[in-house]
Design a protein around this ligand. Structure first.
Ligand SMILES: [Zn+2]
Length: 399
């Protein structure tokens, strides 16, 4: 395929994928070569864009590992290629990968439309369509019940097999107001618009499937915070969606069985367990706080030293008590034994440098500590004997 020239006479790559997303084999002609990078007159390799990753494949039997724009022209990274300008060769896009990306990209239009129906104030921040993962980042949180409703609607759109039709609109067309578009991100006067039946219309120059049923199914399997009040909603498509939904359902069933609950009761069971756990934690904390108040100090060289091994994951009561003793001019050494071991050392006595003591003593046990002269903390692996650590701290304070 020869080169295409713009009205200005500037050469630009003929983008076969724009006219037909289903062409995956073609004859390419080398326009230029820059090391590993090869420019063709026309190409069916999508260079990526709008959050969708680029195609890969082969060129004359050599692997194409990356495709990218340089200005209006498309370059293919073909490590080890022997090509020179004018060479013609058979090129092949990795179709399984490309089709997965096309389906994923079309599914993203449908999913966002469905989320938008649940919350008209929601906006897309960005999208990512790769073979490893697919997600939309939105600017508001949405609860899982609403996401569930959106996914149901999206699957109806897929099942109803709506046509996906591309057209071109003028930037000045008053109808543009009814379209999902970020005009500030588009420079061209002619805007490519993608219509999914009577369900969705959006400005997009990416590559889509022809009919929604090709996507097969869509399933949201993850919602994660993306910072700044934003959330990434991850989704799966096709066979992958069916498999992911079954795997996740099975995981849920295992948890339901472990908790001795039933599918219809599990939400309530977990809420009750969380409330009970919260209550137990509070009781433990209150008990520990009370027992620390009654802890008698040791006398070491005429100094009052509060020392103990405490069985607790929550070290806040110990930190609070150490702070009180420090203000009273006393010394505190607590070793908290929970999932890991935490060490707290405080001193209201000038002669003890907590930072030095804690780092030296914890180093003996393969741990680390730090802080200030009058207050330091550190951590150790759960396998270390807490009593040995406390003994070493007291020995060090005594000397
Ligand atoms: Zn699109």
């Amino acid at each position: 395929m020869g080169a295409v020239f713009r009205e200005t006479g500037v050469k630009m790559t003929d983008e076969i994928f724009r006219n037909d997303g289903y062409v995956f084999e073609f004859e390419g002609e080398v326009m230029s070569v820059d090391g590993e990078w090869v420019e063709l007159g026309g190409t069916a390799f999508y260079p990526g864009g709008g959050g969708q990753v680029c195609d890969t494949g082969t060129m004359g039997g050599f692997p194409v590992t990356e495709v990218t724009y340089r200005g209006d022209n498309i370059f293919h990274k073909v490590p080890g290629h022997p090509f020179v300008v004018g060479d013609r060769m058979w090129c092949s896009v990795d179709w399984d990968r490309r089709y997965d990306l096309m389906m994923g990209h079309t599914a993203e239009h449908i999913l966002f439309n469905a989320l938008h129906r649940q919350d008209p104030d929601i906006n897309i921040v960005k999208i990512y369509i790769g073979t490893d993962s697919k997600y939309v980042v939105v600017d508001r949180d949405m609860d899982l019940d609403k996401i569930g409703e959106a996914v149901k609607f999206a699957n109806t759109v897929i099942d109803d097999n709506h046509p996906v039709i591309k057209s071109v609109m003028s930037r000045d067309d008053p109808e543009i107001e009814n379209i999902r578009i970020k005009l500030d991100r588009i420079e061209e006067d002619e805007i490519t618009v993608v219509e999914i039946g009577d369900v969705d219309i959006a400005a997009c120059s990416g590559i889509h499937v022809m009919e929604t049923s090709e996507i097969g199914a869509i399933f949201v399997d993850r919602k994660v915070s993306a910072g700044k009040g934003q959330f990434a909603i991850h989704f799966r498509i096709g066979e992958d969606a069916r498999k992911a939904s079954m795997d996740l359902a099975n995981t849920c069933l295992r948890i339901i069985e472990d908790l001795g609950s039933k599918p219809e009761d599990i939400v309530k069971t977990v809420a009750n367990m969380k409330a009970e756990l919260e209550m137990c934690r509070k009781q433990l904390k209150d008990t520990l706080t009370a027992s620390l108040k009654n802890l008698a100090p040791m006398d070491i060289n005429g100094k009052r030293v509060f020392a103990a091994v405490l069985n607790t994951n929550d070290k806040t009561p110990a930190v609070d008590a150490a702070e009180v003793h420090r203000k009273d001019g006393d010394i505190t050494a607590f070793v908290c034994k929970g999932q890991n071991i935490s060490v707290i050392l405080s001193s209201g006595d000038e002669s003890i440098d907590c930072k030095t003591v804690i780092s030296e003593v914890l180093a003996q046990f393969g741990g680390r500590g730090g802080g200030k002269k009058d207050f330091a903390q550190g951590g150790l692996a759960a396998t270390v004997d807490a009593d040995d650590v406390l003994k070493a701290l007291i020995d060090r304070i005594s000397s």
